[in-house]
Design a protein around this ligand. Sequence first.
Ligand code: SF4
Length: 227
Amino acid sequence: MYIDKKEVLRYLGYHSKKIDTITNEIIDTCIEEIKEIANFNYVYRIFPIEKKDKKIFLEGTSLIFESKNLYAHLLNSKKCALLAVTLGNIVDQKIRYYSKINLSKSLIFDAVATTAIESICDEIEENIKIIAKKYGLHITNRYSPGYGDFPLSYQPKIIHLLDAQKKIGLTATPDFILIPRKSVTAIIGLEDKPSINKLSSCAKCSQNRTCIYKKDGDTCEYKKNNR
Ligand code: SF4
């Protein structure tokens, strides 16, 4: 598992600020600890899709996505991959533990865990890219419940369709929070031609107020295209 320190610093809000030696050492320790204890697991499936009346139908299932922003994201897609990824319960337990005994370490540990799960998602995305290539298709960026007008209420539906509770121990609370907390569900489109994915505008994005990319004068697409 690769954990990019620059990303950790970004989550911590350091941007271009200089980092002190102690914080630097805590980050290194947390990176090692997450690598040691994370029991990451994932599941994904690829479905042909049909689009009608601004709705997206996953063929062979009863799942229908109703979201203008996701519809736009999958505009040129013939298929889509649903994925669910988790770092497992022990990481959550450690975050809770550090929050009781060492608040600053718990914040750093949390940021390292977030970086780790994003990095695993990137690796899975690469696998899906290889599969898409076999179909002669290209992939879109990831799109998750909570982005734009795509509601969090799709979390349990995705979990159910992927049988993710049984396969990777992922569940959602009645208010759609993923458990374990350091988990992600997402959708990736498989399309004929690589489109420049204009994600939902920042104004429509649920992360608009807290967006870590914007704080740095970036956008999420910028990050994606400049990796
Ligand atoms: S840059 Fe940030 S606010 Fe804008 S769409 Fe991406 S994640 Fe959302």
